[in-house]
Each structure stands twice: as structure tokens, then as C-alpha cells.
Design a protein around this ligand. Structure first.
Ligand SMILES: Cc1cc2nc3c(=O)[nH]c(=O)nc-3n(C[C@H](O)[C@H](O)[C@H](O)COP(=O)(O)OP(=O)(O)OC[C@H]3O[C@@H](n4cnc5c(N)ncnc54)[C@H](O)[C@@H]3O)c2cc1C
Length: 492
């Protein structure tokens, strides 16, 4: 076997220091140059993690080829199916991803579910390196009685519904109730609360699906409670999202000053971003608003509120048992200090009547292939800086690497680290030597299984169709929801 550093010697330097090549060095040279020219790398998942990893690889290795596999027909993961429609500026990252996809050393293969249509081992055989960037699709179940009652949804499914995720298009949540409860106090909780309470006319020019917009126009929901197990100091949302809530047209906040007693002193020591968040929360809860704000709140027809120290114990059924009528919350108190702070039930309970429950208590990744190690407790692939433990040539990035927290920029940073580590390993000769067939081999496998991938130019046809369907209504796009129709549009 060739010494590890050989493959990364500059070729010209190697020629200068060597006698004319013999037959055996010539065959080595062929192998060396093939691999040198084309490290074949594939990425599983086309969300921010997948695209940022690909971007880093293409930018920092002038010959690397990157194939991106995606189980949905279309790219961009949660940028398309998670980020709220009233946050269009966040979706601008799609322009960068599109530039990456246009590279002639990058290809997109949509409608390929890795683990089902092709195994990770098959990808490892076809490529020099495989990067798993498939996110965290699963939601954390409440694991309480009544969770299965109609009217209880994961916030993620609700988000998928208004964002046009095909599998959630028939969710049809009943919005004829007065009160909704969102369990969890992260940004996704604020996203769903905001969408429920935003005057529908403010969503008309967004890319929210027409079906969701129609349902929101008919909605009777007037109050949304956002419930957390712990106290104000532990909320997981960020200041931008909180500010939007506080200023949401047509709504007023319901914040109990008693929940914020003593907080002023406790926030002195917390890190600056959290301090600013807490100060905003404190001001909204305890300061007397200015005249204009008093008038605004008095005329508000909808309200949202934060409830602290409440943990869901049971979803309460309506008298006929057919749907949700409320949530029984266990009153909690905090035990422990710092990171180890836990909410434990005091024994008291409180019933909160509502007709809609959205649970937003976290996500987890799932294992997609038995050959890949998985940490079921943390819900991530065990890795060191993106190297999957004990599997040479296998890497991970994004939510599947570090868990489902963090915004797109956090995902970008960790994906660049994974890309960098992979290139370091390539340079150090730690990846398989010799040429690899890459997509040619996978295409043949997929073809034999009746799987016909969607290319990036196919996506651009669908994209153009969506944009044109949105034009009449002044929307950036009207998303296509039906995979069969999408395939028909592509002539399949
Ligand atoms: C509701 C919601 C709203 C958010 N809003 C914001 C926001 O406003 N601003 C912000 O900065 N961040 C936001 N985030 C966070 C941001 O979306 C994440 O940081 C980021 O998407 C994580 O990137 P990822 O690539 O790891 O995962 P994902 O974006 O989930 O991408 C994973 C991709 O892998 C694909 N995949 C899954 N399984 C397979 C398989 N077996 N084979 C092939 N492909 C597969 C998925 O279909 C998906 O396209 C939000 C998150 C959520 C849930």
C-alpha cells in the first residue's frame, strides 16, 4: 500500500524528485491522479447542513465532486419546510445553496431515501467519503394519556402543514376553538403561536400554502398559551422572535408580573444575549406601557401568554371523548443548579381548557441504516467533530451531528468544520485509495430498484411552476403539495 502522505504530494514536486516512471509507478500514477482529480464524496440530506458541507468541500478542494441525496423531491430541508413563511429573509440562504448546486462538480439527487432506496454501505462502496446530514425528522412524543386525541399535533406537523410539506398536507387542524395551547417555549413554539394569531391578511403575500391560509382565515382561535416546564429564566426562544410576538398586530400579551419576581436581580450574572432577552420579557411583563401601546392592547382581539412551571400530565377529552378539550398541567418547581436544573412536579395540577394542542418539546434524529452507529439517548450519530465513531470515511453534520438546536448559522459553522475535517482526512490518506465510481454505481442500483431521482434542473422546473402559480396572488410562490403532480409536471 502507498504511504499515506503520497497522494497529497504536489504532483509536480513528485515528478521533479523521481526518476522516470517505471511500469509499476505508472500504474500508481494513474490511480493517484484519478483519485487526486476526483475525490467522490456524497452528502445525505439537502438541508443547510448538506449544502454548507458541500459548499465547503467544493470551495476548498478544486477537484472534489459532491453528490447530494435527498428523500424529498425538492431540496433545502427546513429552510423550505420549517422556517416560517413570514420570515422570507431567512430563506435567502437558498440563493447560496442554488449557486452550490449549479457547480459542475455538484449534483442533486432528490426522491432518494437513503436507508430505504440505497444503503449507507452501498454509498460507502461508491464514494470515498459519505457525509450524513439528514437532520432530525422525529418529534419528541409527550408520552402522556390522551396524546392521540384529535386536536393534538406535533408543532412540527403543524409547521409542515402551513409550509407545504407533502406528508402534512392533509393535516386539516380544526381551528374552530377559542384557545390553543403550545407546549414548549422555544422558537418553534413562538413560530406556531405567531402564525395562529397573525391577522391572515398579513400572511397573504407570503409563501404559506393557500389551504393553510384559507383555514387561518376561518380560524376562531383567540388565545394561545405557550407553556413551559421551567421558569422565565429558562425560556429557549430568542429575542427576535419574542419581539415579534410582543409587537404582533391585533394581539396583546398576557404576562403575569408574579412570574418575574426577583428576576431583575438574577439576570445580572447571565450572559449578555440572555440578559437582553430577559430585560425585554421583564419590560413587557412589568412596565406600564405608553399610551399608544395601552390603546393598541385595548383594541386587540387576540392574545398570547406565557405559562411557567407547568408540565403536561394528561390531554383531557371532550365529554363525548372524541377530541381534545384541555390539558392537565402538573405544577412544577425547579431543583438543582445551573445546567442540571430540573422541573419536578409539586403534586398540584391545573386544568387548562383548549381545543388545540401543539407540542413543541423537541425533536430527535432517527437511525436510518443499521450499519451506522446511533446514540438513542441523545438522538444523534456519535461523532467526534463530525467523524462518525469507528466508521472511517463516514461523517456527519447539522442536526444529526449535534442535536436539533441552533439556527442556520450554527448549522453552517458545524458543517464547515465537518467539511474541513473530511478534507484533512483525505489529505492525510485516511480515506479509501483508488478511484470510486460515485453516482454511476448508485444510479445503476437505483435504476434496478425502480427509483428515478429528481435532478436540480428538475427542481428548477418545479420552482418555476411554483413561482408562476404564486404570481396571481402576489405570493413569492404557491408550493406544489402533491408528489404525484410534481412527478407529472416532470413528465414522469
Ligand atoms: C419549525 C422550524 C423553524 C425554524 N426556523 C428557523 C429560522 O427562522 N431561522 C433559523 O436560522 N433557523 C431556523 N430553524 C433551524 C434550522 O432549520 C436548522 O438549524 C437547520 O435546518 C438544520 O439543518 P440540517 O441540514 O441539519 O437539517 P434539515 O434542514 O432538517 O435537513 C435535513 C434534510 O435531510 C433530508 N433527509 C432526511 N432523511 C433522509 C434520508 N433518509 N435520505 C435522504 N435525505 C434525508 C430531509 O428531507 C431534509 O431535507 C428552524 C427549525 C424548525 C424546526
Amino acid at each position: 500500500m502507498a504511504p499515506r502522505c503520497w497522494r497529497w504530494w504536489p504532483w509536480s514536486a513528485w515528478l521533479r524528485t523521481r526518476p522516470p516512471p517505471s511500469e509499476s509507478t505508472q500504474s500508481f500514477r494513474q490511480q493517484f491522479s484519478t483519485q487526486e482529480q476526483t475525490p467522490q464524496i456524497c452528502v445525505v440530506g439537502s438541508g443547510p447542513a448538506g449544502f454548507y458541507t458541500a459548499q465547503h468541500l467544493l470551495k476548498h478542494h478544486s477537484r472534489a465532486h459532491v453528490d447530494i441525496y435527498e428523500k424529498q423531491l425538492v431540496p433545502f430541508g427546513l429552510v423550505r419546510y420549517g422556517v416560517a413563511p413570514d420570515h422570507p429573509e431567512v430563506k435567502n440562504v437558498i440563493n447560496t445553496f442554488t449557486r452550490t448546486a449549479h457547480s459542475d462538480r455538484c449534483a442533486f439527487h432528490g426522491s432518494v431515501a437513503v436507508g430505504r432506496d440505497v444503503t449507507v454501505q452501498e454509498l460507502r462502496d461508491a464514494y470515498h467519503a459519505v457525509v450524513l446530514s439528514y437532520g432530525a425528522d422525529d418529534h419528541q412524543a409527550l408520552e402522556i394519556p390522551g396524546e392521540e386525541l384529535p386536536g393534538v399535533f406535533s408543532a412540527r406537523a403543524f409547521v409542515g402543514w402551513y409550509n407545504g410539506l407533502p406528508e402534512n398536507r392533509a393535516l386539516a387542524p380544526d381551528l374552530s376553538c377559542d384557545t390553543a395551547v403550545v407546549l414548549g417555549q422555544g422558537n418553534v413554539a413562538l413560530d406556531v403561536a405567531r402564525i395562529l394569531l397573525t391577522p391572515p391578511e398579513h400572511l397573504e403575500k407570503t409563501d404559506i400554502t393557500e389551504a393553510a391560509l384559507g383555514a387561518l382565515r376561518q380560524s376562531q382561535v383567540k388565545t394561545v398559551w405557550i407553556v413551559g416546564r421551567r421558569g422565565a429564566l429558562q425560556v429557549a426562544f430568542t429575542i427576535k422572535e419574542l419581539r415579534e410576538m410582543i409587537q404582533l398586530p391585533g394581539t396583546r400579551p398576557i404576562l403575569d408580573p408574579a412570574d418575574f419576581l426577583g428576576l431583575q436581580d438574577r439576570i445580572k450574572e447571565v450572559p449578555r444575549p440572555r440578559k437582553r432577552l430577559m430585560e425585554l420579557l421583564l419590560r413587557a411583563a412589568t412596565e406600564k406601557p405608553e399610551v399608544a401601546e395601552v390603546a393598541r392592547r385595548a383594541s386587540a382581539s387576540r392574545a398570547w401568554g406565557l405559562r411557567f412551571f407547568r408540565s403536561p400530565q394528561q390531554v383531557l377529552p371532550s365529554p363525548d371523548g372524541r377530541r381534545v378539550a384541555g390539558v392537565r398541567l402538573a405544577v412544577t418547581r425547579l431543583e438543582g443548579v445551573g445546567e442540571a436544573t430540573r422541573a419536578v412536579p409539586t403534586g398540584d395540577v391545573e386544568d387548562l381548557p383548549c381545543g388545540l394542542v401543539l407540542s413543541s418539546i423537541g425533536y430527535k434524529s432517527r437511525p436510518i441504516d443499521p450499519s451506522v452507529p446511533f446514540d438513542p439517548k441523545l438522538g444523534v450519530i456519535p461523532n467526534v467533530e463530525g467523524r462518525v465513531v469507528d466508521v472511517p470515511g463516514l461523517y456527519c453534520s447539522g442536526w444529526v451531528k449535534r442535536g436539533p438546536t441552533g439556527v442556520i448559522t450554527t448549522t453552517m459553522t458545524d458543517s464547515f468544520v465537518t467539511g474541513q475535517i473530511l478534507l484533512q482526512d483525505l489529505k492525510a490518506g485516511l480515506l479509501p485509495s483508488g478511484p470510486r465510481p460515485g453516482y454511476a454505481a448508485v444510479k445503476a442500483l437505483l435504476g434496478s430498484r425502480g427509483v428515478w431521482p429528481v435532478s436540480f434542473s428538475d427542481w428548477e422546473k418545479l420552482d418555476a411552476e411554483e413561482v408562476s402559480r404564486g404570481q396571481g396572488a402576489g405570493k413569492p410562490r404557491e408550493k406544489l403539495l402533491d408528489p404525484q403532480e410534481m412527478l407529472r409536471l416532470l413528465g414522469r
